[in-house]
Design a protein around this ligand. Structure first.
Ligand code: AKG
Length: 270
């Protein structure tokens, strides 16, 4: 086991776990290099079918750049995103025998970059019938408290599902609580925890846990990635319109959320 019984209990109690080491220094460097290539518009291994190929989308300098499904564009990044350790850690915390990788993101928050509003990942993941999913967020730079680390509201995975925030990546620190304010039960404590971790460290949170990040008040860019996993028990809710519909190839309503685009990256039986 990579996770101790105490860590699993903590995850179940708080809805997240901060972890000092998830990726190796070598993976961190390869991840940083891949991120620079992708945001520079360079595609080194395009796995997307011909009809879905297009240039890398760019964002303004004041926001968190969050490119989704970067694993389809870069061979090194595919290797990191599909590596076993973060998947196994997530599977153990979810108490499931296997997980599939449903999504990855590159998260680059430049110096002065704005807040990312508090949200629950399950608000965006209606493709699964249950929220038995987790996000592994890994810092690719040493993260200090004033760089806008990912932050969690302790115990918020037990709160109701909130609508997605209206201003996800362009709002101020003051606006970032919109979704959380809508579902916070009367009298529920508001306890924040920031993942202040060295490069290679990060966190794993449950799909119902409210999280976001404040603005980066330094001059240093905060690089991170996130890897999204579905537990073996998740079943697809039906055919779905998606900006990359090829990803749903062969998956029907009631099927496991896994295929060659969303590969099983940890299987306890193997
Ligand atoms: O990197 C951040 O600021 C937050 C990222 C996030 O919301 C996620 O990985 O689920």
């Amino acid at each position: 086991m990579l996770m101790s019984p105490q860590q699993i209990e903590q995850f179940e109690r708080d809805g997240f776990l901060v972890i000092d080491r998830i990726l190796t220094p070598e993976q961190v460097q390869r991840g940083r290099d891949a991120m620079a290539r992708i945001y520079g518009g360079q595609i080194t291994h395009d796995r997307r079918p011909e009809a879905f190929r297009g240039p890398v989308q760019q964002w303004g300098p004041d926001r968190v750049k969050h490119y989704v499904h970067a694993r389809f564009l870069d061979g090194d990044f595919w290797d990191i995103a599909t590596s076993e350790r973060p998947a196994r850690m997530s599977a153990e915390l979810l108490r499931t025998p296997r997980v599939s990788l449903t999504e990855d993101q590159l998260l680059e928050k430049p110096g002065g970059g704005l807040a990312l509003a508090m949200h629950q990942d399950y608000s965006y993941w209606g493709f699964s019938d249950i929220p038995q999913m987790a996000t592994c967020w890994v810092a690719l730079t040493d993260v200090t408290p004033d760089m806008g680390p990912i932050r969690f509201i302790k115990g918020s995975h037990r709160w109701p599902l909130a609508p997605a925030p209206s201003n996800f990546a362009g709002g101020s620190d003051d606006e970032m609580m919109e979704a959380a304010d809508k579902v916070r039960p009367p009298g529920a404590a508001l306890e924040f925890v920031d993942a202040v971790v060295p490069a290679g460290g990060g966190s794993i949170h449950h799909a119902m846990t409210l999280h976001g990040s404040k603005a980066n008040r330094t001059k240093t860019t905060r690089h991170a990635i996130s890897l999204h996993y579905a537990a073996d028990e998740c079943r697809c809710t039906g055919p779905r319109q998606c900006w990359q519909p090829f990803m749903w190839e062969g998956i029907e309503k009631g099927d496991r959320v896994a295929n060659r685009w969303m590969p099983v990256t940890y299987d306890a039986a193997k």
